[in-house]
Structure formats: structure tokens, C-alpha cells
Design a protein around this ligand. Sequence first.
Ligand code: ATP
Length: 200
Amino acid sequence: MGDSTRIIGITGGIGMGKTTVSNYLATVHQLPVLDADLIARAAVEPGSPILSQIIDRYGSTLLRLDGSLDRAKLGTIVFSNPTERTWLEQQIHPFVRQTLKTDCNRLAQIHCAIVLVIPLLFEANMTDLVTEIWVVSCPESQQLQRLMQREKLSIEQAQARIQSQMPIAQKRDRANLVLDNATTLETLLHHVDRALLKTS
Ligand code: ATP
């Protein structure tokens, strides 16, 4: 168990194909997948200490009628203010890190490979949690198009989201493996099959 387990960290730009890759690894290759975004959502569930801290700071107008966090409203605060964004990340990232670590240790007892999808793998300094880094990457024009289509965003909104992240070129430089998602899904998934066969 343990030390020989492959822990694959998947990251990349927003909308470049991380979920497409991790869904494939889960369904076709039967690998367990941990998703940092889902854990970050769980961190602010009603009743959580982190949600209380958020409400202490910004007020209860951030709560919906059912007591859940209005993430879009919070987004408008932190998106336009780097200090607040840093504050929020300081609340949430340690929870995400700890949860990933605990879940990974548990899964490493029974699996020889585990997949961690961490959109902010580099930005949040979580590279130590994985044994190899795969960056899913596509040209920015394609990213913009996919993002606008899926999220129904204007070009300006989509560009703002892209620009809030570390440039993809820097992520590619730090990858053990770059999964090129510039063409068809079939090509991407074929890259994934080959990547799994490689021993790093
Ligand atoms: P996010 O950062 O928002 O979580 P993501 O990196 O997980 O996004 P996906 O959700 O996998 O990205 O892909 C973004 C969108 O682009 C999806 O609608 C997906 O179906 C589509 N997509 C991904 N790869 C391809 C491809 N090669 N050809 C066509 N569409 C694709």
C-alpha cells in the first residue's frame, strides 16, 4: 500500500477539459477521483465554521432564503477585490488540502492510482499532494468559446474569468505531462490512455 500509489494531479485553465479527463478516468479506467471544487463547496455548507466566518465578514445578505451561501454574490465581492479573495482562499484552501490528504491516504490503501482534480493546484501550492501533474491545455480562443457556450457568458465575462488564473503557459511549464485538448474528444482520451500506461 501507500508509498507506491500514483497520485495524479489534474489541472489546467478554466474550461480546458479537466472534468472531461477525470470523468473518463473514473468511468473507463475505474480510478477514484477527488475533486477540489466539490470539497471547496462542502467547506461552506450551512452550519460550517467557514460559512459563519464569511457571514461575520460580509453580512447575512450573502445567505439565500434556505440558509445556503449565495456563491454568485460572494463571487462579485472577491472577484473585484484581491484582498478579499486572498482572505477567502485562506479560509477555504486549508480545509480543501486537509480533506484531500485524508481521503488520499484512505484510498491509497486500496488503489494503485488516485486522481485529484485541482483547478488551483499551482496557485494554492498543492503540488506536494500529488506524485505527478497532468495539465489539460487548449488554445485560448477555444477555451473562450467553450466557456461562453457552457456557462452562457459574454466574451468580456469569459475573458475576466480566464485572466483571473495563472497563464496556461506557466502551468504547462510546470507539468509532468501536457494533455493537448486542441482537437477532438477522441484524440484527448487517446492521450489519456497513453499517459496512464507511462510509469513516471
Ligand atoms: P472548469 O474549469 O470550468 O471546471 P474543465 O476544465 O473541467 O472546466 P470541461 O468541463 O471538461 O473543462 O470542458 C469544458 C467544456 O468543453 C465542456 O462543455 C466539454 O464538454 C467541452 N469540451 C472539452 N473538451 C472538448 C473537445 N476536445 N471537443 C469539444 N468539446 C470539448
